[in-house]
Design a protein around this ligand. Structure first.
Ligand code: ADP
Length: 261
């Protein structure tokens, strides 16, 4: 209804309309915000009033049991799914009311994605997979491949550039998928169980690389995981239960001070 105004209107003045909100505190004017999301699949409710705010540069872990609504929340935040009710905002723009073409441009130009099984295109080489977002964005092939190759050394993938996905280990494929998610320097990286198909050592390696790359570039990361070990890489954790978001932060009234490290 109030499409011209950002979600920060309850908290403060004009920042909600401009890029300045990216620099503000999460609660006042997050880069990515959801308010009161409701989403069902047929008779199955997935979200029942989920709200979350993610600051620019923050790494947020969305935790919770299987089926609680984590992926649905992530897909709504990323403009992949449209909520039945509620609002999604990115950088002061209302996402859930955009048309499909505008949402698709937003995803292509400003978001990156990493999914559980990497989902590399099997017909393409590893370097072509990484270059894909740049090619889709109109970059010339030679330039896109040069950008793509720069990721291989950094992610410990030297020599894998011309391999196809069937010739890569699970950990290698997921690092290629990570490079593809980051190659276009997205403002937000959406990661859905990015280590879910990996053993714990390989998963930790991928998470170290993911968080280091995100911090180097100031990329905001929204990460769905059910593993506390993976969530520990985040700056903050929230938990989804029955389609609603709660905080994992300990209650200061019941936590004894001075017991930690
Ligand atoms: P999580 O990521 O926490 O495992 P999901 O968001 O995937 O949870 O799912 C939340 C609920 O919505 C579950 O009951 C799930 O079965 C249902 N759901 C999710 N996606 C679909 C879909 N495409 N079709 C039907 N039901 C779905």
């Amino acid at each position: 209804m109030t499409a011209a105004r950002g979600p920060g209107e309850a908290n403060g003045p004009a920042e909600a309309n401009g890029p300045a909100e990216a620099n503000g505190p999460a609660e006042a004017n997050g880069l990515v915000q959801a308010r009161g999301l409701v989403r069902s699949f047929g008779q199955t409710p997935a979200l029942r009033g989920a709200s979350v705010s993610v600051a620019a540069g923050e790494i947020l872990a969305i935790m919770g049991p299987s089926g609680s609504g984590k992926s649905t929340l992530l897909h709504c935040l990323a403009g992949i799914l449209t909520p039945d009710e509620g609002e999604v905002w990115f950088a002061g723009r209302r996402v859930d009311t955009m048309g499909e073409a505008e949402r698709s441009a937003l995803r292509r130009e400003r978001f990156g994605f990493v999914f559980q099984f990497g989902q590399l295109v099997p017909e393409l080489t590893a370097e072509e997979n990484v270059a894909l977002p740049l090619l889709l964005d109109g970059m010339r092939r030679a330039a896109a491949l040069t950008e793509a190759r720069a990721w291989f050394g950094r992610l410990g993938l030297d020599g894998r550039e011309r391999h196809r996905s069937g010739e890569l280990s699970g950990g290698e494929a997921q690092r290629v998928a990570l490079a593809r998610g980051l190659v276009a320097h997205p403002e937000v990286l959406f990661a859905d169980e990015p280590t879910g198909s990996l053993d714990s050592m390989t998963g930790e390696h991928v998470m170290n690389l993911l968080t280091a790359a995100a911090r180097d570039h100031g990329t905001t990361v929204i990460l769905v995981t059910h593993e506390p070990r993976v969530a520990a890489y985040a700056d903050r954790e929230v938990v989804v239960r029955d389609g609603k978001v709660g905080s994992l932060a300990p209650d200061p009234l019941v936590t004894s001070p001075g017991l930690g490290s």
